[in-house]
Design a protein around this ligand. Structure first.
Ligand SMILES: C[S@@+](CC[C@H](N)C(=O)[O-])C[C@H]1O[C@@H](n2cnc3c(N)ncnc32)[C@H](O)[C@@H]1O
Length: 220
């Protein structure tokens, strides 16, 4: 039976599983299991498929997502994690940027059922191309697995409101295939130290996501 988390608003647990309440009852997004409870229908949130779920499984402490939050999600793919954020921020907005037309098609189909999901076909390295449509958001979430992932995140910080929270999911092999994850993560920490943010949490995402680290910052 799903139990409401006291730490993470909008997240439920069922034994080892994390769950979110399904915004579109009866619909699955990536083959996840559905669980029925007293409060309705819930979707299992797989930490092996989602870095944000892995962050929670690794004891992540910072959880800014609320029912009415506005979120800018960079590198949404076909919407696996974005769909869970859309469940949590049911009365908010999730603007989801994706560069690959193929993945974007999945995102677009998802947005037809989820009114709070705004799909944007675009390049996260060029926030000026979508910034005017987004305005200023409560939460910035990035998972682009690109060589310049730090630089892309820093450029998008202008779209995060003051006091807002940013998540930067870093894949060390994307930044430098030959460097150790620890070396890549140190380099990201140095890059963030020069920005207008405070690092408020960091988690290694092993064993759920190999060579990944989650950086969480608060904008000054
Ligand atoms: C690891 S996958 C994302 C998985 C997704 N975040 C999830 O958890 O469901 C990384 C995604 O970032 C996208 N991407 C890479 N570079 C990008 C860019 N410059 N702008 C927008 N999306 C980008 C890729 O096409 C890919 O779909």
């Amino acid at each position: 039976m799903p139990v409401r988390s006291t730490e993470w608003e909008g997240v439920y647990t069922d034994g080892p599983w994390l769950l979110t309440r399904n915004l579109v009852p009866g619909a699955v997004v990536y083959g996840e299991g559905l669980v029925h409870g007293r409060d309705g229908e819930f979707r299992r949130w797989d930490a092996n498929r989602s870095k944000l779920a892995a962050y929670l499984k690794r004891g992540g402490q910072v959880w800014p997502f609320r029912g009415r939050s506005s979120v800018l999600y960079l590198g949404a793919g076909s919407g696996t994690t974005a769909s869970h954020v859309s469940d949590v921020c049911a009365d908010g907005t999730v603007a989801a940027v994706e560069i690959s037309p193929r993945s974007f098609r999945g995102l677009l189909a998802l947005s037809e059922k989820r009114p709070n999901l705004i799909p944007i076909l675009g390049d996260a390295a060029k926030p000026e191309s979508y910034g005017a449509r987004i305005g200023s958001v409560d939460v910035l979430y990035q998972d682009v697995a690109q060589r310049d992932q730090d630089g892309i995140f820093l450029r998008n910080l202008d779209l995060l409101r003051s006091g807002g929270i940013g998540f930067l999911m870093v894949k060390s092999r994307s930044a430098d295939v030959s460097a150790s994850p620890a070396t890549v993560f140190d380099s990201t920490k140095r890059a963030l130290a020069h920005a207008r943010v405070d690092l408020v949490d960091f988690r290694y995402l092993e064993p759920f996501q190999a060579d990944h680290g989650a950086f969480v910052v608060r904008k000054s």
